[in-house]
Design a protein around this ligand. Sequence first.
Ligand SMILES: Nc1ncnc2c1ncn2[C@@H]1O[C@H](COP(=O)(O)OP(=O)(O)O)[C@@H](O)[C@H]1O
Ligand SMILES: [Mg+2]
Length: 164
Amino acid sequence: MESSAAAAPPHGTVRSESADHTHAIGRALGERAQPGTVVALVGELGAGKTRLTKGIAEGLGITGVVNSPTFVLMNEHHGRLPLYHVDAYRLGDPEEGVAAGLLDEGHADGVAVIEWADRLDAYLPEERLEIVIEIAGADATTRDLHWRAHGRQHVRLASEALGS
Ligand SMILES: Nc1ncnc2c1ncn2[C@@H]1O[C@H](COP(=O)(O)OP(=O)(O)O)[C@@H](O)[C@H]1O
Ligand SMILES: [Mg+2]
């Protein structure tokens, strides 16, 4: 089998030592995000998905408050680019998200950040930067951000903002 065809997508791990550190990682992502950027966040409650999203928002120049859109599934914010902030926590099943128009072509002009992205399952855009936030170590503020980049745009974003 050809090794290039079987190659895993570019991936890596960034360790965050604090909530502020996670915010700064998000800001670096937001500063370099482009139209069509999709950031798919996975991690248990309290992992830091919203914290990372707030950093992304700041990097996009968004000055308003960014909280989890728990009751509406998606919030829209406007900075350098629109930010579509999705929280799939309350999604009954992935198709419900599609029916609600959570992620369609209308969002290609901006940056989509999806908390609980695993709940959208196969309906996630194929091209995306996936970040699994793992609560790591004995220290309550240590997180490992395991990222995997799908598609050229997201590979470039990861290499610029996550430093690999
Ligand atoms: N390294 C870290 N990164 C992100 N959040 C952290 C970190 N260390 C501690 N925290 C705390 O964990 C909580 C994460 O909350 P939140 O971002 O809302 O999580 P989620 O959206 O994944 O449920 C916050 O209270 C934050 O201050
Ligand atoms: Mg959250």
